[in-house]
Design a protein around this ligand. Sequence first.
Ligand SMILES: C[S@@+](CC[C@H](N)C(=O)[O-])C[C@H]1O[C@@H](n2cnc3c(N)ncnc32)[C@H](O)[C@@H]1O
Length: 222
Amino acid sequence: MDSKSKKTFNSFYSKEDFYYGLEVRPEFSEYFNDKALSEKVGLDLGCGEGRYAIFLARKGCRVVCVDRSKAGLDKLEEVGRTESLQISPRLKGIADFTFMENSYDIIVAATILDHLDNDLRPRIVEGIKSSLKPGGTLYANVFTVQDPGYRVKKAAPCSMESGDISDTSAFMTHYFEHDELKAMFNGFEIFYYYEGVEQDLSHGSPHAHGWASMLAKKPLDT
Ligand SMILES: C[S@@+](CC[C@H](N)C(=O)[O-])C[C@H]1O[C@@H](n2cnc3c(N)ncnc32)[C@H](O)[C@@H]1O
């Protein structure tokens, strides 16, 4: 499954266009748009072609980007070179990434916690909690049990159908329950939280996603 996922994302990212586009979720751009980020350090976990990292880096943030897709990181590096952005790609599985304590002002985990094996996910959540600086900001989004892919997965694990499910739904390891993302970061100050179902026209054939999306701060007194 891991190598199939890696191969598939590499093939998606090998095309000239950005597979997911360069647009980020509106809650993310709305929050960071007016922030001065030139002294900040970010971490984008499962960055893919790096749309979130590029957004932050264009605002002056130095961003460490982790993904196991070489094609995704190559594309991201090319943008970084062309625009002289401070981007540090790390080609590796997240399981092999070393989380240094209190190191990042911003951590992005966009559609990655739901792609990790069940035994790895809690370790990565602990890594995020520990490596975010006190007062630092986490942006995380995941697919939920409202996602059409969840129904398909329950009926037939890893099956793929065209139509209203995503072309990468076979690589989902876990669809989040109502409020599960919030509960994982219990103790953080959650200042934005959304759950809902939306159409996604950004990649593949038109499909729907059940989303949970969250912006949260690590408490200062940790
Ligand atoms: C759905 S994509 C999201 C990409 C990006 N975060 C975005 O929103 O555009 C999931 C990404 O996670 C990466 N990924 C999945 N499992 C991973 C793992 N165990 N280690 C590193 N990267 C992983 C895939 O290569 C892929 O680029």
